[in-house]
Design a protein around this ligand. Structure first.
Ligand code: HEC
Ligand code: HEC
Length: 250
């Protein structure tokens, strides 16, 4: 095959690809307007008509700040990060889980729209590879407690209830008040599996006072995961032991 024929077929293929990509972009924009704009705003600035009723506020995508990432603090998220959030939603907030309502291709298309509202200059760096979780047993909880009391309790409280001395008066990157997570509730914005907590502890939540603790060793981070989860279990255990009021007969 001559050079020019290779080039011609390459150009034809690229043309087909571009055409299908632009149809894809159109679909994404349409879906975004239908499903997301009421909260996140037509222009992605977080100022849709429903926004003023919500705490926390819908994300302002034009800020380029994303909380839920596998990439280092200060970096844009990967496509997979945005898609994961769209699929699972943000538990404990108004952000719905879209898995089962739109398909994988639609999520990918709408994720590109979301990304497009911010600065598209730099491609995201490679995301964190999460190693397999070791045993998160009582020994891990105890080891993690030492770090937790030293580094986390000031915000999250000694018992993980989100009420440490540093928990008052915090604001987020958009100037809104924010509170540290209360671990006794067992509701996590970025997922409750050990791997999810490992990711949050490793990369932090951009635009919040929750910074990255990626400088800790793998083992230290897993120990912290065990400790964070133990606060939830302790609460359940306590609840079981609280004497119940006598049942009144109807
Ligand atoms: C009912 C309101 C509502 C709708 C509808 C909604 N969102 Fe959200 N969304 C939120 C809120 C509130 C947050 C912020 C949660 C937080 O900051 O803790 C959020 C956060 C997000 C984030 C997190 C970004 C980050 O910081 O990592 C993404 C991505 C997102 N939404 C995408 C979408 C997409 C795409 C749609 C439509 C398919 C959509 N949302 C529809 C309310 C909504
Ligand atoms: C300066 C205060 C501060 C310190 C110190 C801090 N955090 Fe946080 N953390 C926060 C805030 C604020 C949030 C809530 C962010 C939000 O709601 O968007 C949070 C959220 C979290 C979450 C919840 C993520 C989710 O998915 O909902 C985890 C897990 C967490 N922190 C773990 C830790 C651990 C472990 C440490 C210590 C190594 C720590 N934090 C230290 C302020 C802090």
């Amino acid at each position: 095959m001559s050079f020019s024929r290779v080039r011609a077929s390459w150009l034809a293929a690229a043309g087909v690809l571009l055409a299908s990509q632009s149809a894809w972009a159109q679909d994404g924009t349409k879906l975004y307007r239908e499903l997301c704009a009421s909260c996140h705003g037509e222009d992605g600035d977080g100022d849709g008509p429903a926004a003023r009723f919500l705490t926390p506020l819908p994300r302002d995508f034009t800020s380029g700040q994303f909380k839920f990432r596998t990439t280092p603090l200060g970096s844009p998220p990967t496509d997979a990060d945005i898609i994961r959030t769209i699929a699972r939603g943000v538990p404990g907030t108004a952000m719905p889980a879209w898995s089962g309502r739109i398909d994988a291709a639609e999520m990918a298309a709408v994720a590109q729209v979301v990304r497009g509202f911010g600065s598209t200059a730099a491609p995201p760096p490679a995301g964190l590879q999460i190693p397999d979780a070791p045993a998160l047993d009582e020994a891990a909880v105890a080891r993690g407690q030492v770090f937790f009391q030293a580094m986390c309790a000031t915000c999250h409280g000694e018992t993980g209830a989100g009420n440490g001395p540093g928990s008052e008066g915090l604001t987020d990157g958009w100037g809104e008040p924010i509170r540290p997570a209360n671990f006794t509730r067992g509701v996590y914005k970025s997922g409750s599996a050990p791997e999810d907590l490992y990711r949050t502890i490793s990369t932090g939540l951009q635009g919040t006072p929750m910074v990255s603790f990626g400088a800790l060793s793998d083992a230290q981070r897993w120990d912290l995961v065990a400790t964070v989860r133990s606060f939830e279990t302790a609460r359940r255990w306590e609840r079981g032991r609280v004497p119940q009021p006598p049942r009144s007969e109807p």
